[in-house]
Design a protein around this ligand. Structure first.
Ligand code: XIL
Length: 351
């Protein structure tokens, strides 16, 4: 790929350019926080908000009932405090990367609804209160909807019905009344049915007084994502602010895969046409994010990974070499990085 030979830590700072308009972040792992590492240099220069990619998920935080493992989250929050970086907590309730014991009752039977809800409340209460005031935003619920609309029939749902949804928000709010509490999901931009379900669910929760602070749009996109549909669906969610003005949208896991979902190729030839498509996609996205930011709807955009070299999309949905981020392999920023820099921020910070 034809990239300017500038390292992420020497390039102008995207976070700085966007300050006051959008926070710009990335998903990281605690090994990236090692002061001497290139990852840490890239983080310090480019990002002002961070999410842990895996280490704060339930299976890692409470692998066995009552045995909490906090060393990674402690390291993360210490780093954030020391460096003045805002932190997101990902995630409290999910169907994946969740320990099996949560759903197990006596003698191999499934847990009862009461048991599951009380375990959920204990998990949320313990984790959120420990980091009260240190983690600004929690992805309280992750991926609870189906792509074709309706609620996902996860073990959570099968055992507890829809009641776990408001209960999770209540438990998080009691543990940290100042944290922003989100419901986070993917394909909200590409499935109208899913966006409709999300809008209806959040409206219902808000009307019942549930402390929902916002909607997380994962935005795992591709070069082939329909941006008109994306805008329409995002606008639908933004419209909830008409009766809940404090509600915010966050882009929580942005990346732009260079493959169609069903493409089985292991690599692709980086042509000028691909380069143009990649740049145009990112530019159009950040133009839209800027509009949303200016009207107060969106204040955070987090990339899912620090660079192409470590993106999960090299292994999902299959093993192939992907190029989804603005920082390429070898920590070099891409032409699209400069396009976004020019678009996203306030002008003074870029000079
Ligand atoms: C992914 C991580 O990036 C991978 O390293 C891990 O193997 C699986 O999970 N939606 C989410 C994230 O909410 O937690 C997922 O992260 C990506 C999709």
């Amino acid at each position: 790929m034809n990239q300017p030979d500038v390292f992420a830590w020497d390039a102008p700072s995207l976070a700085e350019a966007c300050r006051g308009r959008l926070r710009i972040g990335a998903a990281v792992n605690t090994w990236d926080l090692d002061e001497a590492s290139p990852a840490c240099a890239a983080i310090r220069r480019q990002f002002d908000i961070l999410t842990l990619e895996n280490e704060s998920k339930p299976v890692n935080v409470q692998p066995e009932e009552g045995r909490f493992v906090f060393d990674k989250l402690d390291r993360f929050t210490d780093f954030g405090q020391k460096n003045g970086i805002t932190l997101r907590g990902h995630t409290l309730v999910w169907h994946s990367q969740v320990p099996g014991w949560l759903f197990e009752g006596e003698d191999g039977a499934p847990a009862s609804k009461e048991q599951l809800l009380s375990r959920m409340q204990a998990h949320i209460g313990t984790v959120v209160s420990r980091y009260r005031g240190k983690i600004a935003t929690w992805d309280v619920l992750n991926e609870v909807l189906r792509d074709e609309g309706g609620l996902r029939e996860s073990k959570w749902y099968k055992i507890a019905g829809r009641d776990y949804i408001p209960a999770a928000f209540q438990a998080a709010h009691e543990a940290d009344p100042d944290a922003r509490l989100l419901i986070n999901d993917y394909n909200l931009e590409s499935s109208e049915a899913k966006a409709d379900t999300m809008a209806a669910l959040v409206e219902e929760l808000l009307r019942a007084g549930t402390p929902v602070g916002g909607i997380g749009l994962q935005m795992h996109l591709s070069l082939y994502t329909d941006l008109e549909l994306l805008k329409k669906n995002v606008r639908k969610l933004a419209a909830l602010r008409a009766f809940a003005p404090d509600l915010r949208l966050e882009v929580t896991e942005l990346d732009v895969s260079c493959y169609r979902f069903d493409d089985t190729a292991e690599d692709l030839l980086w042509t000028d046409a691909l380069e143009t498509a990649f740049r145009e996609k990112y530019a159009a996205l950040f133009r839209f994010y800027g509009e949303l930011a200016d009207e107060g709807t969106l204040d955070t955009v987090v990339f899912w990974g620090l660079s192409d070299a470590v993106s999960w999309l090299n292994g999902f949905p299959r093993r192939h070499k992907n190029y989804p981020l603005l920082i390429g392999r070898g920590w070099r920023v891409k032409p699209a990085f400069y396009d976004v820099l020019a678009l996203a921020g306030n002008k003074e910070a870029q000079s």
